[in-house]
Design a protein around this ligand. Structure first.
Ligand SMILES: [Zn+2]
Length: 503
């Protein structure tokens, strides 16, 4: 906490460092703008897994970036440092003081390369393509089109766009505190073919939140589900003969599971009278009910049934169980495993103190908790968003963490904010909202499609086995291409130089 205060003080001390306007009246930005941030990310990605804070200082001092930032000299080390922490980089010692890019974290890369990218590339084969003089057309072999909707939230600030928030990486957009002036959070969807998600009658699923207007200023899990349902209703009505995919980032509100979903986390090894899960109590509007202090009201419920070999398995002893004292009790992990036919002789409840760190690597049979955790029904628990999608006949795809280059809505926010900045300052929230919606709606479709192409180019680069550093280099070199062309021998030399810096 003290460190946060110190950083905040340092920030206030050099708050004048990032001007909002260029002297010439052109558009410029701060490191907190998505478009500037994307440029820096791209640069760092090319440097690979390790880089120093000086790399950002150096990059912001290049002619192109100085012009973009509207500055005559580069940013300070502390500004660059804050930006890194804020954007999910964590300091790691690797010979000398360097940062580690969450982008190339082992689990993130694994998810990106084995799940997200193969899926997106497969879907891309079934998307409509723009053909000159023809319009949007499906490849001849495809009979049912795929449409991919990218979701995201972004916050616009009325006065000061240089605010720094300390947020856990991946926590999503945070609201501006009420006392510090108005802000507006927008959540919406885009697709490459049409831009913003809009029905022919103007229907949309956009969410606009004002900080402190009876809302907390950010989207809760139930807001996310509500918005998703609206979006699905529109796409199913207007594009009923297509398969719709919705891409969300890894924010906790998007990943939330049912309260009663299977989880081995807090289970006891032996029978327990107390083991239950805390479930939200809903009010008459179907939203979580809160008490006088604004805290969610929870009720104790049983965990949902497991599923083993196609059979449901209750984790609680039946009401007519032979041992009267155990009736209705939680069975415990050992008993649950035994009922599934496992030998639990000599297995402890859990290896060591930390379930996350103390089990031997790659083992699934070391302790009762790990064994149950590794069971298919525990592994395949769907998020609430995925469950709802299944019910509504559409699909959800989660982006790999830290890969904002794969979500083209990020660039749409950046583009809109650059335009928002040159509008006259507004006094009322109503005027601010009008301006924000105006700049969002005025992004040319052609521009959005260029952003979509860039994201697809990145996905294609990853699909050819390139790491983050190589993908960034290739995507930059082949600006404007939908897919990466065959690489030249010289390209391969450049790629080779970046072989070990990533993965
Ligand atoms: Zn274990």
């Amino acid at each position: 906490m003290r460190r946060i205060k110190l950083w905040a003080r340092q920030f206030i001390a050099d708050a004048t460092e990032l001007p909002l306007y260029q002297h010439g009246g052109g558009v410029c930005g701060s490191l907190d703008d998505e478009d500037v941030g994307n440029e820096i990310r791209l640069e760092l990605q090319q440097l690979g897994k390790f880089f120093t804070v000086e790399d950002i200082v150096r990059f912001c001092g290049t002619t192109e970036m100085l012009e973009r930032l509207g500055r005559t000299k580069t940013v300070s080390l502390s500004t660059a440092h804050r930006w890194l922490l804020k954007n999910g980089w964590r300091w790691a010692r690797h010979g000398r003081a360097q940062y580690i890019d969450g982008h190339e974290r082992e689990d993130v890369v694994k998810y990106r390369d084995s799940i997200y990218i193969p899926k997106i590339m497969e879907l891309a084969q079934r998307m409509r393509r723009w053909i000159e003089d023809v319009g949007w057309a499906l490849p001849p072999s495809v009979h049912r089109a795929v449409r991919i909707w990218f979701h995201d939230e972004s916050t616009f600030y009325a006065h000061d766009r240089r605010k720094v928030f300390w947020a856990e990486a991946g926590a999503g957009a945070l609201p501006e505190p009420k006392s510090e002036g108005p802000s507006l959070m927008i959540g919406d969807f885009v697709a490459p073919e049409v831009g913003w998600l809009r029905g022919p009658d103007g229907e949309n699923a956009r969410v606009v939140f004002r900080a402190g207007k009876g809302r907390d200023g950010y989207m809760t899990n139930s807001d996310i589900l509500e918005q998703f349902e609206r979006a699905v209703a529109i796409v199913r009505k207007h594009w009923p003969d297509e398969d719709h995919y919705f891409v969300y980032d890894n924010a906790p509100t998007h990943l939330k599971r049912e309260d009663s979903a299977l989880s081995a986390a807090n289970m006891t090894k032996g029978p327990s009278a107390k083991f239950h899960v805390a479930v939200d109590v809903l009010n008459e509007h179907g939203r979580p009910a809160v008490d006088a202090d604004g805290k969610k009201i929870k009720s104790k419920e049983r965990m949902a049934n497991g599923m083993h070999n196609g059979q449901e398995q209750s984790f609680y002893f039946p009401d007519d169980y032979e041992i009267v004292e155990l009736r209705g009790w939680f069975k415990g992990t050992e008993r649950i495993l035994q009922e599934r036919g496992y030998d639990t002789t000599g297995k402890k409840s859990q290896c060591g103190k930390s379930f996350h760190n103390d089990c031997p690597k790659d083992r699934t049979d070391c302790c009762c908790r790990r064994m149950l955790y590794s069971e298919p029904d525990f592994q395949q628990v769907l998020s609430q968003l995925e469950l709802l999608a299944k019910k509504l006949g559409v699909s959800i795809l989660y982006l790999p963490k830290f890969h904002c280059e794969l979500n083209f809505i990020e660039q749409c926010w950046g583009y809109a904010k650059a335009r928002y900045r040159v509008l006259p300052p507004t006094k009322s929230q109503d005027d601010m909202e009008k301006n924000v919606l105006k700049v969002l709606d005025e992004i040319p479709l052609e521009t959005m499609q260029r952003f979509a192409t860039r994201s697809l180019r990145f996905a294609h680069a990853y699909s050819t086995g390139l790491n983050g550093a190589q993908a960034a280099w290739v995507a930059k070199k082949y600006r404007g291409h939908r897919i990466i062309p065959d690489l030249t021998p010289l390209d391969l030399v450049e790629i080779g130089k970046r072989r070990d810096v990533g993965k």
